[in-house]
Design a protein around this ligand. Structure first.
Ligand SMILES: Nc1ncnc2c1ncn2[C@@H]1O[C@H](COP(=O)(O)OP(=O)(O)OP(=O)(O)O)[C@@H](O)[C@H]1O
Length: 348
């Protein structure tokens, strides 16, 4: 990678009101004094690596994945099959251990926990909802008994208190009528909502869900998603949902895409109010991820359309970085093609 212009080696003077290069350098230096990565996040994945070895063949399921999730967030993870989503969820659930990197959830270090701490973590800190009902609910227990079971296993609450807490959870998720039914007497959507109640039984900090609406029609999926939203809003539970369901991904404020074992892009949605009409609308914007080494994954369709490969030219401007194809490369778009920089990284 070649930089077209280095700070301090010339280039146009900043326009009035724009920061000087000395100012940009000062800002860069102060960035270096920032607190540790993810110090205030509830979930911190720092250059997470997971390598599986089967019959001597290595698969790098996670390849230095960075992810921060704030307390109280409700967010979605998306990505093609094999991109590493389930591997990440299994690590966050305390069911698998990363090969390298760091992972912390609610202050617990997922790499160094011993078996006892791991058990406590799975019982008290995280709850999970899987796609397959059989993994979520015991078939011979009623919905209420399924919800009280994790409380019983944890201990500390009397029977009446457990029953009351289970009733409250089922009621919050609009499942009062299912209280005394066994899983086979519940619809698919009711089963998944009961699974959410079970996952919330011990009031975890984090609720993880892997394809929770994968086997449901869109109307039922919507009801299940509403249950997640209720848990997030009423109990403040931080929720991470892996999904292929675009409708679910569109409902949350932040959707993180994973590609080849790394976070590659994020879509943030926020409500904006039109200053003139006062009308509110939801605006979604896609961001590329800049990792802590400064690496940026440019979308393949952007780079291929401009013939970018291996080397690019960078240009630092006061408010963005321009990314240009290497004019010496075979097949690269020649300078003057198009009418602007090949790619830009505003604010990067
Ligand atoms: N236990 C394992 N042993 C060997 N390879 C594995 C194992 N688990 C996952 N992998 C491999 O790691 C990569 C990531 O798999 P993972 O299941 O995390 O992807 P995914 O994004 O969840 O896919 P899907 O959406 O299909 O569930 C894949 O190449 C997969 O084959």
């Amino acid at each position: 990678m070649t930089t077209g212009r280095q700070p301090g080696t010339g280039g146009p003077r900043p326009a009035p009101g724009e920061p000087s290069l000395a100012e940009l350098e000062r800002r860069a230096a102060s960035n270096r004094r920032r607190p540790a990565y993810g110090h205030d996040a509830l979930i911190v994945c720092d250059r997470l690596v997971r390598v599986f070895t089967t019959d001597g063949v290595e698969v790098q399921a996670l390849q230095g994945l960075d992810l921060l999730v704030a307390e109280g967030e409700l967010m979605a993870l998306v990505g093609a099959s094999g991109s590493g989503k389930s591997t990440l969820m299994n690590i966050l659930a305390g069911l698998d251990v990363p090969t390298a990197g760091a992972a912390r959830v609610a202050g617990r270090d997922l790499l160094t926990m011993d078996a006892g701490a791991r058990l406590g973590y799975r019982r008290d800190v995280v709850g999970f909802v899987w796609q397959q009902t059989a993994r979520n609910l015991l078939p011979y227990l009623t919905a209420a008994q399924n919800v009280t079971l994790p409380m019983q296993l944890r201990g500390g609450r009397r029977r009446a208190a457990r029953a009351k807490a289970a009733d409250e959870l089922l009621s919050m998720l609009a499942l009062d009528h299912c209280r005394d039914r066994r899983p086979h007497q519940l619809s698919g959507g009711e089963q998944q909502r009961a699974a959410i109640a079970v996952a919330l039984a011990n009031n975890p900090s984090v609720l993880l869900a892997d394809e929770p609406t994968g086997e449901l029609d869109s109307h039922t999926a919507e009801q299940v998603f509403t249950a997640f939203r209720t848990a997030n809003e009423e109990l403040g539970t931080t929720i991470v949902i892996v999904t292929h369901d675009q409708a679910v991904a569109d409902e949350v404020r932040r959707t993180v895409a994973i590609r080849d074992g790394r976070t590659s892009s994020e879509v943030l949605r926020r409500t904006e109010r039109d200053a003139a009409t006062g009308q509110e609308s939801l605006v979604a914007r896609e961001y590329a991820m800049l990792d802590r080494a400064g690496r940026l994954q440019l979308p393949a369709d952007y780079t291929s359309s401009l013939g970018m490969a291996h080397r690019v030219l960078l240009e630092l401007e006061s408010d963005h970085i321009g990314v240009w194809p290497d004019p010496t490369a075979d097949g690269a778009a020649t300078e003057g093609d198009g009418d602007g920089p090949a790619g830009t990284a505003h604010g990067a």
